[in-house]
Design a binder for this molecule. Structure first.
Ligand code: IMP
Ligand code: MG
Length: 177
């Protein structure tokens, strides 16, 4: 995989946009209008930016905060220890939280995030992800709101990266090997 690799479109920008509006409709009817969004950086910043504007169109007025989590351990063992690289700014005590991430794969990142917020006294935690890979879960966790279920392929674009490249692509693509 290299920077000038060919990328096959898996989900078009139009399909992503349409799905974001459907998710926002569902979320706005299910969660309180002043829900606090906790966006997991870096991958979820594009989805979060689209989702909050779609939520506005549905009459919601979310607050937004960011946390950067990092998974350490090497790929061969996938030990999956998560650490906080940059913490939230806001106090989550008593708040209804919507955790937003780019993709749910092993589930370790989202499990860590949800446990952290619950330990800090969040009133409720729900999870929205743009993508999920079924059958890849290492921990038992499900997202409340899912954009698309995708095949077990490494994808980039719409905030998702390979070595911090390709986040700017407006579509979800698969890098050709
Ligand atoms: P999990 O903790 O295994 O669920 O992994 C979630 C994180 O791994 C996501 O937030 C992404 O940053 C990254 N990730 C998982 N699959 C992909 C992929 O196909 N492309 C790019 N990043 C991925
Ligand atoms: Mg990533």
């Amino acid at each position: 995989m290299k920077k000038n690799a060919t990328i096959d479109v898996l989900i078009t920008a139009e399909a992503l946009a349409g799905r974001v509006h459907e998710l926002a409709h569902t979320i706005a009817h299910a969660l309180p209008p002043d829900v606090m969004i906790v966006s997991l950086l870096r991958g979820s910043f594009v989805f979060t930016a689209d989702l909050i504007r779609a939520l506005h169109l549905q009459g919601a007025s979310p607050q937004v905060d960011f946390i950067t989590l990092s998974s350490y351990g090497n790929a061969t063992t996938s030990s999956g220890t998560i650490t906080i690289m940059r913490d939230l700014t806001e106090d989550v005590r008593g708040r209804d939280i919507l955790i937003v991430d780019d993709i749910l794969e092993s589930g370790r990142t989202l499990t860590f995030a949800r446990n952290l917020l619950q330990e800090r006294g969040a009133a409720s935690t729900h999870i929205a992800v743009m993508l999920e890979k079924p059958g890849k879960r290492k921990v038992d966790i499900t997202a409340d709101y899912v954009g698309f279920s995708i095949p077990d392929k490494f994808v980039v674009g719409y905030g998702l990266d390979y070595a911090n490249y390709y986040r700017e692509l407006p579509f979800i693509g698969v890098v050709q090997e």
